[in-house]
Design a protein around this ligand. Structure first.
Ligand SMILES: C[S@@+](CC[C@H](N)C(=O)[O-])C[C@H]1O[C@@H](n2cnc3c(N)ncnc32)[C@H](O)[C@@H]1O
Length: 246
């Protein structure tokens, strides 16, 4: 059963925003250098507000498919692992591009943190979009990363998850992880992007291109009103790692 709730530790939400939100403001982006990329609009600033017709935008934590599509068009894998598929966004993109995709989720009783969940040394590319610890809760299953009771417990499960995905890659394969920092009411500011890199490096991976800062268009939090003062985080970060070529 799909289950979702706003984390009670996270927000000091008092009411939904009543007035019409101000229209989007425009930021001037730097010019990107012309280069041989097959996807020239894919730069370190992923600012497009269209999500694409992939997955289910109503699924909690849905990420929109256009960034996944652009990464797949850039790296051109022939096999993809999508171990936390949620509403199937990556699966739908792969179907459109004609790429073979292994897609699963805890909702189908596949625990991505288990070392036996996937074949080893197989995939050219892995798209990983895990829970941002307990910012959103996904299932009632105790194996759910969003249900880990402490940051330490989350990071230990996350370490297993990343190691597992690294093991599943063929030599030279890429692992793209979309992760965001957030402010947890119990633990304070949680730098999950930092932890992602640390754990990936510990698993023997190296970062193979720039961080991709994904603008958070359509985030549910942007429509809320908070009593507390804070600096809103309006992005998450996609980091692409590479397994050493054989
Ligand atoms: C951020 S959501 C992914 C959303 C997806 N990118 C989409 O666009 O719909 C994280 C997903 O991780 C799943 N999940 C949490 N713990 C898991 C585990 N141990 N094994 C497999 N999936 C897990 C949740 O059920 C949820 O669907």
């Amino acid at each position: 059963m799909m289950h979702s709730a706003i984390n009670p530790f996270y927000s000091a939400r008092i009411e939904p925003r009543r007035e019409t939100p101000a229209p989007g403001r425009y930021a001037k982006l730097p010019l990107a250098p012309v280069n041989g990329s097959p996807v020239p609009h894919l730069t370190s600033l992923y600012h497009f507000d269209a999500a694409g017709e992939y997955g289910d935008r109503g699924y909690p934590g849905n990420c929109g498919g256009n960034l996944i599509r652009d990464l797949l068009r850039f790296f051109r894998p022939t096999t993809v692992l999508d171990p936390m598929t949620g509403s199937g966004t990556c699966r739908d993109v792969c179907r459109e591009l004609g790429i073979q995709c292994w897609s699963s989720d805890l909702h189908q009783d596949v625990d991505a943190c288990s070392p036996s969940a996937f074949p080893r040394g197989t995939f050219d590319f892995c798209w990983l979009h895990p829970p941002y610890w307990r910012q959103k809760l996904y299932t009632d299953d105790s194996r759910d990363l969003s249900r880990t009771p402490t940051l330490e417990a989350f990071l230990e499960r996350y370490r297993q998850l990343i190691a597992n995905c690294a093991e599943s890659l063929a030599a030279g394969g890429r692992l793209a992880i979309l992760m965001g920092d957030y402010c947890d009411r119990g633990a304070g500011f949680v730098p999950l992007v930092y932890h992602t890199k640390r754990l990936a490096f510990d698993a023997g991976l190296r970062q193979c291109c720039t961080d991709i800062i994904r603008f958070g268009h359509g985030a549910s939090s942007s429509r809320k009103v908070y009593r507390s003062a804070f600096i809103p985080g309006l992005h998450d970060v996609c980091t692409v790692f590479e397994k050493q070529p054989g």
